[in-house]
Design a protein around this ligand. Structure first.
Ligand SMILES: Nc1nc2c(ncn2[C@@H]2O[C@H](COP(=O)(O)OP(=O)(O)OP(=O)(O)O)[C@@H](O)[C@H]2O)c(=O)[nH]1
Ligand SMILES: [Zn+2]
Length: 204
């Protein structure tokens, strides 16, 4: 297993609670419901393939988020740590269609300077993204996990994403993006800290 996101060192995913046979049967049913022939050549492997794909896309359901942040260290740094442009691929729980974009995470460590490895921030985003989601919840779950494990002075998480359910179907507004933020601690109480972090996130 990799570091807590369900991945093995070779990048494949191990999701022990995923019921592969049930997922395959459901995809086969979906094809039948659509009037397709799931036994024709092009589709005969599709139920198994789609099931394996969902097993990977939902891998975040099977890992304890606190495990990702189990390794922390003290680094006498009480100033902002900011990681920008972490790619996000998730799926909206309403349509099971992708939403994708970037997450930006900033935090100010506590007085012990408790920090975590930078990659763990990206792993945390992945873990919450790889499940049926809404963007608001993804944003606040990342912020709350950091509050829980790092007890920082403040956390700010911003996610910018495009929802395919708004582009390829329904209202068909391709290219529109949604921004969500979650602010905790000093970023909530101090407007100047918040605007400093936001301007760094926006690269201004
Ligand atoms: N707040 C929020 N809404 C989302 C997210 N992802 C998708 N949605 C919205 O979820 C809503 C579901 O609306 P419904 O009226 O139940 O479903 P629908 O008839 O398919 O809606 P349309 O997409 O408008 O065709 C839609 O307005 C989507 O745009 C998200 O991450 N956050
Ligand atoms: Zn949707």
């Amino acid at each position: 297993m990799g570091a807590g996101d369900g991945s093995r060192p070779d990048g494949s995913f191990h999701a022990p609670n995923f019921d592969q046979a049930r997922a395959e049967a459901a995809i086969r049913e979906l094809l039948l419901a659509a009037g397709e022939d799931p036994d024709r050549d092009g589709l005969k492997d599709t139920p198994a393939r789609v099931a394996r794909s969902y097993r990977e896309l939902f891998a975040g359901l099977y890992t304890d988020p606190d495990e990702v942040l189990s390794k922390t260290f003290d680094e006498a740094h009480e100033e902002l740590v900011l990681v920008r442009d972490i790619p996000v691929y998730s799926q909206c729980e309403h349509h099971l269609l992708p939403f994708h974009g970037y997450a930006h995470i900033g935090y100010i460590p506590n007085s012990q300077g408790r920090v975590t490895g930078l990659s763990k921030l990206a792993r945390l985003v992945d873990l919450y993204a790889k499940r049926p989601q809404v963007q608001e919840r993804l944003t606040s779950q990342v912020a709350d996990a950091l509050v829980r494990r790092l007890e920082p002075r403040g956390v700010i998480v911003v996610v910018d994403a495009e929802h395919l359910c708004m582009g390829m179907r329904g209202v068909r507004k391709a290219g529109s993006t949604t921004t969500t933020s979650a602010v905790r601690g000093i970023f909530r109480s101090s407007a100047s800290s918040r605007s400093e972090a936001l301007s760094l996130i926006r690269g201004r």
